[in-house]
Ligand binder design. Structure first.
Ligand SMILES: [Mn+2]
Length: 142
């Protein structure tokens, strides 16, 4: 099992390779707001644990397992963003909140949240009903 920090790296590497076709140490460092030397260290660790293959002058490639894990981590992140959007969390809070919670839920909870998101998406009237409750609670707070 990757640690939360390893998960952040695998997730970013997966996204970069999806977007650009490759993941450079400098891009990973920028996206995670860390020093490039930290990236090099973590990349070596991820190489040892067989999530990727790292060659200093040729860049890095995810292994089959690294891709599988990366795909699941990106799915988890996107799903949690969808959940927060549906329940009406302000756009400016969504990314940071997901970064804060994503590592701390079991896959059981993730799958149940998947059901919940589907529940709302299946019938948009359910989202409207939730909004009506929020409106009522906001009025009470005022
Ligand atoms: Mn994330």
């Amino acid at each position: 099992m990757p640690t939360p920090s390893m998960e952040d790296y695998i997730e970013q590497i997966y996204l970069l390779i999806e977007e650009k076709g490759y993941a450079r140490v400098s891009d990973i460092a920028e996206n995670l707001s860390v020093h490039p030397s930290s990236v090099t260290k973590m990349v070596q660790k991820l190489d040892q644990e067989k999530y990727l293959v790292y060659e200093k002058y040729r860049g890095l490639v995810l292994t089959a397992n690294g891709k599988k894990v990366g795909k699941r981590l990106v799915y988890r992140h996107d799903l949690l963003e969808q959940l927060l959007q549906i329940i009406g969390v302000k756009e400016e809070n969504i990314y940071q909140d997901v970064e804060g919670i994503e590592h701390h839920l079991s896959w059981d909870s993730i799958d149940r949240i998947g059901d919940l998101v589907e529940y709302f998406q299946e019938k948009p009237v359910r989202i409207e009903q939730l909004k009506a409750i929020q409106k009522k609670n906001e009025d009470v707070e005022k």
